[in-house]
Design a protein around this ligand. Structure first.
Ligand SMILES: Cc1cc2nc3c(=O)[nH]c(=O)nc-3n(C[C@H](O)[C@H](O)[C@H](O)COP(=O)(O)OP(=O)(O)OC[C@H]3O[C@@H](n4cnc5c(N)ncnc54)[C@H](O)[C@@H]3O)c2cc1C
Length: 386
């Protein structure tokens, strides 16, 4: 019998899983999620640092974070599976007046949108949280105690398990190889398992989304950019619990991961492309920045074989693209999270389900996130990208 679905979602990472969950929540359960890998989480979701924060610079990103972090706080009860949300906070440390002014301006906007718990902190406050920092050049910062971390794999599985309990189907090991469009409308998808008839396709293909959009003849400005993370071996030179610390002078940031420390830094020399191999020369680059801000990290042992790389899915203005494709009726994008797809997954899934089912979302002004902004020039400009 020919396969049919009311909605086909391409990609079962954290974003596709959240869309499936939100559609099912709103009563749309004849949904088929198609994933080319044999297991979920093999794309960017399984490579993520799991950071969640509302300390952004644009209204829409702050709104999406506030909704999402509130959601993570009750995820276990609401979804029925654990998210492992840990509200350990994010601590931004400024070493220049320009950076401190930037944090103050952002805080004013964040507070006006309801995020009252973003605090301005002094060098002494910062040292109170992480005494091991070299802080002689730190002049202040901001701290938000509801920022923190989740376990991306658990969130993705929770969304998908809940959706499947409601009737959503998941095909693993199945690649979407083509999208059928007739008279400007979606009619189905071609897959390695055969044809599926559907009037609606949601592109949740992460860093591969531009290629999927092309299958339907649509343009999507999303490109892959490698990001690398380095975990240390067990290290007790830093507190057992402390916030994600962001050194604004270099962009180096770190948090505790189990018994070790997870080190992150976005190399400005990285160039776009599907590179997922870890570059061993990155270890020295990141350890130099780590030891400059946290001298005791010079003693931390690192095994490069435990380090990894994954892909950010970048857009020109570092904001996600959510909503219908302008020229292909029935095609929806939920792409281009530019490094924030885990933290924004509750909001992006909800907005997408709203748009698919009722053409409107009351969560945010979704028009701003439309792909058409790249034609009209109404870009959003997020600068707090880590
Ligand atoms: C090193 C690193 C650190 C990060 N840290 C953070 C962080 O701290 N906080 C945060 O919020 N975000 C972070 N991110 C970003 C975050 O991981 C991504 O934004 C998010 O995982 C995107 O989820 P997704 O579901 O859209 O994509 P993915 O997880 O990549 O899922 C897309 C899926 O689509 C499938 N697919 C693609 N093409 C096809 C096809 N033709 N047919 C069938 N299936 C297909 C892929 O196999 C994949 O499983 C980080 C990313 C990296 C790489």
């Amino acid at each position: 019998m020919a396969e049919t679905a009311d909605v086909v979602i391409i990609g079962s990472g954290i974003v596709g899983s959240s869309v499936a969950y939100n559609l099912a929540q709103q009563g749309c359960t004849n949904v088929l999620v198609i994933e080319r890998e044999a297991h979920q989480g093999k794309g960017s979701t399984g490579k993520s640092m799991g950071g969640v924060r509302a300390q952004f610079t644009t209204t829409v990103n702050i709104q999406m974070s506030i909704y999402s972090i509130n959601f993570f706080a009750t995820f276990d009860e609401v979804v029925g599976h654990p998210a492992d949300y840990r509200a350990h906070g994010y601590l931004f440390c400024a070493t220049t007046e320009r950076h401190l002014d930037y944090l103050k301006t952002n805080r004013t906007l964040q507070q006006s949108l309801g995020l009252k718990n973003v605090e301005l902190v002094s060098r002494e406050d910062i040292l109170g949280m992480v005494p091991q920092l070299k802080a002689d050049d730190i002049i202040g910062g901001t701290y938000c105690n509801t920022d923190g971390f989740v376990d991306p794999h658990s969130v993705m599985m929770g969304f998908m398990l809940n959706a499947r309990e409601r009737g959503v189907r998941l095909w693993l090991d199945t690649e979407v190889t083509g999208i059928d469009v007739d008279n400007g409308r979606i009619t189905g998808v071609q897959t390695s398992r055969g044809h599926v008839s559907t009037p609606v396709v949601v592109n949740a293909a992460g860093a591969w989304a531009a290629g999927v959009a092309k299958m339907a003849g649509a343009e999507l400005p999303v490109e892959p950019l490698r990001r690398q993370l380095v975990p240390t071996e067990p290290f007790d030179g830093l507190p057992k619990r402390f916030p994600m610390v962001i050194d604004m002078s270099t962009g180096f940031h770190f948090r505790r991961e189990g018994k070790g420390i997870l080190l992150a830094w976005n190399d400005p020399e990285e160039t776009p492309g599907f590179k997922t191999d870890f570059d061993n020369t990155f270890v020295e680059k990141i350890l130099t920045r780590a030891a400059a801000r946290v001298p005791c990290l010079a003693d931390a042992a690192v095994n490069p074989r435990r380090a990894w790389a994954g892909l950010y899915e970048m857009t020109p203005d570092h904001h996600s693209i959510i909503g219908p494709a302008p020229n292909v009726k029935g095609l929806f994008f939920v792409n281009g999270f530019s490094g924030h797809g885990v933290m924004h997954s509750p909001a992006s899934g909800r907005i997408t389900a709203d748009l698919v089912l009722s053409n409107h979302s009351d969560l945010v002004d979704a028009m701003q996130l439309s792909v058409e902004r790249f034609k009209t020039g109404k870009l959003l400009h997020e600068t707090a990208v880590l």
